[in-house]
Design a binder for this molecule. Structure first.
Ligand SMILES: C[S@@+](CC[C@H](N)C(=O)[O-])C[C@H]1O[C@@H](n2cnc3c(N)ncnc32)[C@H](O)[C@@H]1O
Length: 390
């Protein structure tokens, strides 16, 4: 058994833990944007492909106490790095975080851990220096003098699902979109509407979930380039997850936006997501095909929010309206939040969940949220407001 750490947005730990529990992993602990759990190698591949809300998956290669640099060096040198890192790979210490610990100097910690691991690897492989270029990525976390050495298994962050061609003007991270959907309690039996869909991130995450598609099914992972990578096992897990994709599920997913370019991006992203779900890689120059006519797909439209009416008495609006920071001025965003009051008339009885970093959303919208959760969305601290019934 290995110990793995799933990194997620701060505030999304509950969603990530629930996902891990559903996948039958044993959770060891969680907090501040990470969930620690046990997994065998098949489990690591499954977690990499199936987790919707995790941004990265790391392997805990060691955990030990270090009150000074000597202890840090000895602890780091004691790890059997050759069991993880093959001869042809180098090593980079990409991140150091120290909290309530005696050792604090980031560059020194970075240097000491790198030197210790490189010493061990050079000894094991009988070389004088590690190769440059293709490097395994190591993160060092210190918490109350406890060091964790964590090897990255993801490669590109896991929010890169492989379907997005163009990002749009202010795309939401796919993992945040997934967290919003999971935290809101949306299920595919309910209609889902995003009135500010942009490049379609929220509706597409909903679609991928409704298809029972593992979001990482079409991409590669750093794990495969490490010594413990197992291509045959990876293929087996990929096929197992691909076999679970179910296009038969009825879905009612809608997205609209005022920007025609955004709507057309959402449509192209949809076709690519469909190709991924079929086990094809759209980024390898495949010819893209639209699904057959009559296939249940999200409906992306250039219809203003105020002209859209609830198609059913119960449903979910999950959305990411303009923040007024990256797009336009705050006053514009505020005017729009006031206009969003129309949703109460047009979608009575629906649940609304929205993410914004604007501190005054509730006062402009005109109603206090039933629940408010802080979520770090990339570098931006945001709030996820939920209204149980419009
Ligand atoms: C923060 S972005 C949404 C990004 C989206 N979640 C994504 O991942 O691409 C906000 C979107 O609201 C759209 N928008 C701005 N004002 C609008 C309005 N009055 N009606 C509808 N859409 C609007 C913008 O075109 C933009 O795509």
């Amino acid at each position: 058994m290995w110990i793995a750490v799933a990194l997620c947005a701060v505030g999304a730990e509950r969603a990530t833990s629930n996902e891990l529990k559903k996948l039958k992993f044993r959770i060891l602990d969680s907090g501040f944007g990470r969930v620690r759990f046990e997994a065998d190698l098949a489990g690591l591949y499954r977690a990499l492909m199936a987790l919707r809300t995790a941004d990265r998956l790391l392997l805990e290669t060691a955990r030990f106490e270090a009150r000074d640099f000597e202890e840090l060096f000895e602890g780091s040198r004691g790890v059997p790095w050759e069991e993880f890192i093959p001869r042809e790979k180098g090593l980079t210490v990409s991140k150091v975080r120290s909290n309530r610990s005696r050792l604090e100097a980031v560059t020194s910690i970075q240097g000491v851990v790198h030197k210790a691991a490189a010493d061990r690897l050079c000894g094991a492989y009988g070389v004088h220096r590690l190769p440059d270029g293709d490097e395994a990525e190591l993160r060092v976390y210190l918490e109350k003098d406890q060091v964790s050495l964590l090897l990255d298994l993801s490669g590109a962050p896991l929010f890169k699902r492989g379907y997005r061609s163009e990002g749009g003007t202010a795309p939401l991270r796919e993992t945040i979109a997934a967290a919003m959907l999971l935290l809101s309690g949306w299920k595919r039996k309910f209609p889902l509407y995003d009135p500010f869909c942009g490049s379609g991130t929220i509706p597409l995450e909903g679609l991928i979930y409704a298809w029972d598609m593992a979001p990482g099914i079409g991409r590669s992972f750093a794990l495969s380039g490490l010594s413990l990578g197992d291509p045959a096992l990876e293929r087996t897990i990929r096929e197992e997850l691909l076999a679970k994709v179910n296009f038969e599920n009825t879905i009612r997913i809608y997205g609209s936006d005022a920007d025609p370019r955004a709507v057309s991006q959402a449509k192209s992203n949809l076709i690519r997501a469909y190709e991924l779900a079929r086990g094809e890689n759209p980024l390898r120059g495949m010819r893209l095909r639209m699904p057959e006519k009559g296939f249940p797909l999200p409906d992306f439209r250039l219809t203003p929010m105020e002209k859209t009416r609830a198609p059913e008495p119960h449903g979910f609006i999950i959305t990411n309206p303009p923040y007024g920071k990256r797009l336009g001025a705050p006053q514009e965003a505020e005017a729009l939040y006031r206009k969003m009051g129309i949703l109460t008339e047009n979608f009575p009885g629906w649940k609304l969940g929205l993410i914004t970093d604007h501190p005054g959303f509730e006062s402009h919208f005109g109603r206090k949220a039933d629940s408010l959760r802080k979520i770090t969305n990339g570098a931006i601290s945001s709030y996820f407001y939920e209204y149980n019934k419009l």
